[in-house]
Design a protein around this ligand. Structure first.
Ligand SMILES: [Cu+2]
Length: 254
């Protein structure tokens, strides 16, 4: 009985989640995406896109960003907390009132680290500050893709329900081209706060609903999985490709 229920869920899951963003009790497959924007108060002039595809407890992450401090490591994570607001922090989260948002101050908005977007090796929260395994943003840009990342079923469900947030860390408050300054990181006092403060952030939401909805209830009722899933991937893929193209244009213009 339980197995039958689960299989039915898998069959309809991806299309259903993309179409209506439902919140079922069982973990479902799905794809979510985010536009990355500068974190309030941290003076970053950058942007980016991210997409996460969830299949069971395995995810593939595709991310592009520009406008970061060049040639310095940028820790990047998926954050998720059941009790978090599932969004990027705002300046009113600056609880110490110094005008910048550090990683801890963003916690109520995006929750703890659940996936470390390292280039190699471990991807768990244990690698949150494994600075030697993160992208160093050559020219201020990151183009990242990694698959076969294992997550817990709770995290997989949080992601497919649109409740997780991508954060790229590492800012240059004093614009001198490196991580320094007297204020220490809230995560690791051996690092300056510039090395870990959040730079770009985006809430990973269920993909463009306008493009999916047929208006006749067909998506939810018909379960024409192949067609809908294929259509969904096309739209999402195009969105990410557009993000890459946008990044290139912006940097060309700069
Ligand atoms: Cu983070």
């Amino acid at each position: 009985m339980r197995k039958g229920l689960r299989l039915a869920g898998v069959a309809c899951g991806a299309a259903f989640m993309v179409a209506v963003g439902a919140s079922p009790a069982l973990a479902h497959d799905g794809t979510v995406q985010a536009n990355l924007s500068p974190v309030a108060g941290n003076g970053v002039n950058g942007s980016g896109t991210a997409m996460v595809e969830v299949t069971g407890q395995t995810i593939t992450v595709t991310m592009a960003a520009q406008g970061l401090l060049a040639d310095n490591p940028h820790a990047a994570h998926i954050h998720f907390g059941a009790e978090a607001r599932h969004e990027c922090p705002v300046i009113s989260d600056d609880t110490d009132g110094d005008g910048n948002l550090d990683t801890t101050e963003g916690g109520p908005a995006y929750g703890p680290v659940v996936v470390s977007l390292t280039k190699t090796g471990d991807t768990s929260a244990a690698s949150t500050l494994a600075v030697d395994r993160y992208d160093t943003a050559k020219g201020g840009k990151i183009a990242y893709q990694r698959g076969s990342i294992k997550v817990s079923s709770a995290v997989a469900q949080g992601i497919t329900e649109g409740k997780s947030v991508v954060v790229i860390h590492g800012v240059d408050h004093n614009h001198d081209g490196k991580y320094n300054g007297s204020k220490k990181s809230d995560l690791d006092p051996s690092l300056p706060t510039e090395a870990t403060d959040p730079a770009l952030c985006g809430a990973l939401h269920v993909g463009p609903q306008g493009g999916m909805a047929t208006g006749d209830g067909g998506a939810a009722g018909g379960m024409n999985d192949g067609l809908i899933v294929l259509g969904g991937a096309g739209v999402l893929g195009a969105a990410v490709a557009a993000g890459f193209a946008r990044s290139r244009r912006q940097s060309d213009a700069a």
